[in-house]
Ligand binder design. Sequence first.
Ligand code: ADP
Ligand code: FRU
Length: 305
Amino acid sequence: MTSLRVMCVGLACVDIVSVCKNYPEEDSDQRVLDFYWQKGGNAANSSSVLSLLGAESEYLGSFANDNEMRFLHEDFSSMGVSTSHCRTFDSGFMTPTSIIIVNSQNGSRTILHASKNLPEVSLEDFKRINLSHYKWIHFEGRPSFNTPTHEIVRMLAHIDQHNNSRSESEQLQTSVELEKPARPELDQLLDKANYVFVSKEYSQNKGLTSKEEAVKAFIQKCRQGASVICAWGEDGAAAMDSQGQLVTSCCFPPDKLRDTLAAGDTFNAATIFALMEGKTLGEAITFGCKVAGAKCGIQGVRGLR
Ligand code: ADP
Ligand code: FRU
């Protein structure tokens, strides 16, 4: 069997989740229905889903040496995700944290993210990895104050160099996610990977009003041979390849919407998994929507196994 080893590069954080009966009014006081800590961060979530689906999965990012790090380590390890190439920053650094309100009426998630001072993965860290051990590397394209996007550009260029001397079947596949709107520096990633995931928010910020419009617009900016993929919440997802072939998928709603936190990260992971298995673009986004829909019906992602 060919290796399904995949790495996700980006954020791991602690999600501190309160599940509320109703979305709170400002300056009000209510007792929550449930409260828990959960591992979060797009790359951390996607690497976990990839592992749950059966891939050999690795997360690459930074850790701060604090109690939250121990929580994250345990979670990664119980999900079977390797963190062997991560770097730990010893003192004075803080694990990024999100305070999250999940509305039990409709599963919506409201995120207040705090990222204070933890440096992100550098090209130097990345160069220590033996790329020939991987089939796919996915990057969360979200720059922080200390990591300009161009570090990811350099990592992707490093992979291109590695691929140049290899036959097509031996080449490492790459994907990148452009999620946060109003980050013009992310645009430079559009033509740097084989698969580009653009979010609804990112697309809407550019004046695009549907998933179809989004993929048609963004494929023009992707590199030759690349595909662009766009999830659009309850409207499912669309994708387009470099020949301009459009494929779409509806969404697959669960019986009851419980928790939409990390639906996008789950969609990305499941789509990548299907592509790694050799599925077509259309089959892959349909699988992505099915797994993301199932995720919306459960708390967290563990129940996807
Ligand atoms: P994000 O978590 O990044 O906001 P989206 O809202 O675009 O991501 O959702 C990603 C995928 O998750 C969608 O393509 C869809 O398949 C699934 N999804 C999201 N919201 C729902 C929902 N309310 N019901 C069913 N599936 C959903
Ligand atoms: C969900 C998520 C959360 C995290 C937040 C960071 O997509 O990764 O787990 O708190 O986004 O922006």
